[in-house]
Each structure stands twice: as C-alpha cells, then as structure tokens.
Write a protein of this length. Sequence first.
Length: 359
Amino acid sequence: MKPSLLVKLQQLAERLQAVDRLLSAPDVTDRMDEYRKLSKERSDLTPVVEGFHAYQALEADYNAAQDWINDPELKDFAQEELLRLKTAIEEKGADLQRLLLPKDPNDERNVIVEIRAGTGGDESALFSADLLRMYMRYAERNRWQTEILSANESDLGGYKEVIVRIVGHGAYSKLKFESGGHRVQRVPQTETQGRIHTSACTVAVLPEADEVAEVSFSPDELRIDVFRASGAGGQHVNKTESAVRITHLPTGLVAECQDDRSQHKNKERALKVLAARVRDQQMRELHAKEASARKLMIGSGDRSERIRTYNFPQGRITDHRINLTLYKIDALMDGDIGELTQALMTEHQAEQLSAMADG
C-alpha cells in the first residue's frame, strides 16, 4: 500500500481515539447536535480503523513468518504461510482503499426522477411510460416508496413528461447513473408495416434537497402562477384554478404541477421539484471545473449524453458507458435492473481507485 495511504489511515485511527474521548465526556449529551455529529463520525470511522488494525496484524504475522524461513523444520510451513498472508494483505489493502474512497454526500438521499419524451413523437412518449414502470418496479423490489409529482400524458397513454419522487435509503446511490439519454429500437404499436423505429427519452435523477437547510427561497425570488389544469383526452378538466407553475427568477428554472385538485398540494409538489432542480444546478456549477479536468468514464451525467440502448427485436439492453450488454430485456423492463446499477457502481468505484493510485 502507498505510504501516503498508510499515513492517512494512521491519522484516521488517531481521530477515532479523539472522537471516543469526546463522546465519553459526561456532558456530551447536553449538546445534542454535537453528540449526533460525533456519533455519525464514529460510525463512519470505525470500519476503516478496524480494517487498518486487521491490516497491521496481517503485516506483523507476515514479518514473523519471514523469521521462520531460516529454520529447516519450519521452512515449508513458513513458505505456505507467507503466500497465504501475502494474498490476505493484498485483499485487505484493496478493501481499505475502497473504504477510503470519497463518499458522495447525496448517496443516501431520496431522489426525484424526471423522464421526458424526446425524438420519436408518440412512440417516445410510450417509452417514457415504460421507463417509469421500470423505475417504479425497481423501487418496489427495494421496498422504496414512490409518488408521482407531475405527469403530462400523451393521447396514446404515454408521457410527454413525468416526474416521480422515490423515497428510500440509498436511492440516489443506486439510481444516479440513470441520468442521460435512453434510446429505444422497436416496432411501434402504431406501425402497420412492421418497421423498426428509433426514438429517445431523457432521464434526470436529482437528489432531493433538504427542505430546511439547503434550498430556501425568498418570496421575491419566486413567481407563482395558477391556472386551470388540462387533461389528456377523456380526462376530467378542473373548473378551478388548481394548477401551479413556479418560476425561480434568479435561474429561470420552472416547475409545474397540476395533478392534484388541491392548489396547496400542487404548490407543495412544485416547490419540491424546483428545490431539487435549483440544488442540482448549484452542484453542477460547483463541480464544473473538476468535471472538465477529469471526465468520469462512467459518464458526465449530461442529459444529452446517450447512455443506453434498448433493442426490443434482439431482446438486449446495452449500456454504452461500460460496454455492458444484457440479453434479458423483459426482466430489465420489469424493474430487474440491479445487475445494471451494480455494474455501473463498480465501474465508478474502479475509476475512483485508479484516480487515487494516480494521485
């Protein structure tokens, strides 16, 4: 392991001792905010420091086994033991490096997923509905809760745009790589000649903003318009002005909601979407320089970047960022996308390790 990483691990071990001392102070619970912060830091540090101590123990055993090599009676045993310990040290070192990787502070957050039809007209809108179902079914498999915040339906039962909130532990960590362009190749329901068409949708996955701490709007930053909701063919149309459109004047970002008959609920939902969009823009600007210096192999998260192709005639889904093709499109479209999300997370982790090694 690199000396710089060993120094870092030693510093973390010393910090854990300091945190333990602070937590054992008799008056620590009098300052609950500090107590919670220290408790979280301790839970984050403990697995790393325990792993470091195990690594040090393996190294000590390895050094002891080297002394046995010169003993004729122990030589064969020592050679076997050295080989075993060398493998164990390498594995434990790799585990420690993974634990040292910078954590995305958004990983445990709920998400807001925005799906928009792109090129392809009605077929694109129908594919938006398929993607929505895929994410909803994936959420079910993870026992996450879902709530559709806004939906603009097409005449054939698809969605020109649909926004869903997904509430669950680690939702962002598993869904954050879904942002980008999703392309579908299939024979549309409306195609009479049996020709394969290509259409596309864009997906944006935004970590939900903390309602209190992170995005607060002053009244003069917002323009709130109310209007009558309009529905697709055959749906009820509100006779009251319950639909709400909120514009964030400093950024020009807009969120609109008309799905509920209650103006208050529509406003609440629109504000939730707007807060996530504003925070997302702030984070993008913050990381723009870093991203331009080193574009992750896993993808930039750019909405225009084509990340995946769904080929129905051939029954395959290909993720272009990691060159992964899976021939089980029916299962994947039914929400069984764990293999995909895990592969993307693993590749991202591998790239972070590479960057750590380069550094």
